[in-house]
Write a protein that binds this ligand. Structure first.
Ligand SMILES: NC(=O)c1ccc[n+]([C@@H]2O[C@H](COP(=O)([O-])OP(=O)(O)OC[C@H]3O[C@@H](n4cnc5c(N)ncnc54)[C@H](OP(=O)(O)O)[C@@H]3O)[C@@H](O)[C@H]2O)c1
Length: 331
């Protein structure tokens, strides 16, 4: 990295993916500055040799101070669960714009945006009308697509002073992930409810995503076409059950839940969460994502642009994740 930029500003380092990106940047020898908030839990980064600066992505002033002397921004902060659709927009769309504008003003040379496959939407079906294109199916996906577009607009207005890279990971899992933990807990009971529909998924291991981010930081001449980041294999619920059972050390019986019941569960869980003013853990979006839709992408796109392909297969990654949960007393 001798001729590469030196200081990276990382947002979202206190979160699941961001903490692994922080590990990878430090391991590669970068000078890393992490934005944190008063309410952030610092557990994953407090032992890392990183500088911490206080900044919310909605505050242009705090970001201006955080961006001083920065060469590259890696923007992983985002809301994956929100109490309202407006909150998604405020953080994922407006926050990205505020940070990107600040980055241009600070003379940052590259801006790596961690977007999501949700910005593209699920796999296109033959019966879908209209030309191919991005079709997010949730307020979350719409806000991630809006974030990409706002970055694009800031870059256009900046006249090419800053380079942008947009990464679109599919579902991410691995150590420190509190969402996948629920799957492991259910797997330990020996029985797992799954949707009847044959969803095709391509989840990607968190350490592979962190490696892709490093490539996005250093690889010269990347264009702004969003790059999907997906796992090395397309899996079914049966494959997931097999890998989870192996990871928890007991065979898993999959119980198929009819689609209407699955959808109603999502709607009820969402309504209940709104009543108690909490972001829902399971909602209509998750119910839809997991049952009716396929979420896959061609790994050759990332290989061509980043020289990266996810290398960790589901079974090994699930084993490693389960081991981490046990070692940390989560399971
Ligand atoms: N997890 C997945 O499966 C997945 C898949 C595709 C894409 N992504 C994208 O990957 C990124 C990271 O997701 P994750 O799973 O790591 O989420 P996460 O664990 O919930 O972490 C979110 C991070 O964003 C920070 N953040 C949230 N709102 C902020 C604000 N207003 N200002 C500054 N920081 C803020 C949080 O800081 P605090 O600690 O202060 O709350 C935290 O560090 C997101 O952009 C997400 O859209 C995730």
């Amino acid at each position: 990295m001798s001729d590469a930029p030196q200081t990276v500003l990382l947002t979202g380092s206190t979160g699941f993916l961001g903490s692994h990106i922080a590990d990878a940047l430090v391991a590669e020898g970068w000078t890393v500055r992490c934005t944190v908030r008063n309410t952030s839990n610092l557990r994953w980064i407090e032992s890392l040799p990183v500088e911490r600066v206080s900044a919310d992505v909605r505050s242009a002033d705090a970001l201006a101070a955080a961006l001083e002397g920065v060469d590259v921004v890696v923007h992983s902060a985002g809301l994956t669960r929100a109490k309202s659709d407006a909150d998604y927009q405020r953080v994922n769309a407006e926050g990205t714009q505020t940070l990107a504008q600040g980055a241009v003003e600070a003379g940052v040379s590259r801006f790596v945006l961690v977007s999501s496959l949700a910005a593209r939407g699920p796999d296109r079906r033959a019966s879908d009308p209209g030309p191919p294109g991005d079709r997010p199916t949730s307020a979350y996906g719409e806000s991630k697509l809006a974030g990409e577009r706002r970055l694009f607009q800031v870059l256009s207005e900046s006249g090419g002073a800053m380079q942008g890279v947009i990464l679109r990971p599919g579902g991410i899992y691995g150590p420190r992930d509190e969402d996948s933990l629920n799957l492991f807990k259910v797997a330990k009971t020996g029985v797992m409810p799954v949707p009847t529909a044959k969803g095709r998924l391509q989840p990607v291991y968190v350490k592979d995503v962190a490696e892709a981010v490093i490539r996005a930081v250093v690889r010269p001449n990347l264009d702004l076409k969003p790059i999907p980041l997906v796992g090395p294999e397309i899996v079914s619920w049966a494959d997931m059950g097999e890998a989870l059972g192996n990871a928890v050390g007991k065979p898993l019986r999959l119980v198929k839940i009819p689609d209407p019941v699955w959808q109603v569960s999502g709607a009820v869980a969402e309504a209940a969460a709104r009543l108690i003013r909490m972001p829902p853990q399971f909602d209509r979006r998750t119910a839809d994502d997991l049952s009716r839709l396929d979420w896959t992408a061609d790994p050759r796109e990332a290989e061509a642009s980043l020289g990266w392909r996810a290398s960790t297969h589901l079974r090994a990654a699930m084993e490693e994740t389960g081991r981490w949960y046990r070692e940390h007393g989560w399971l």
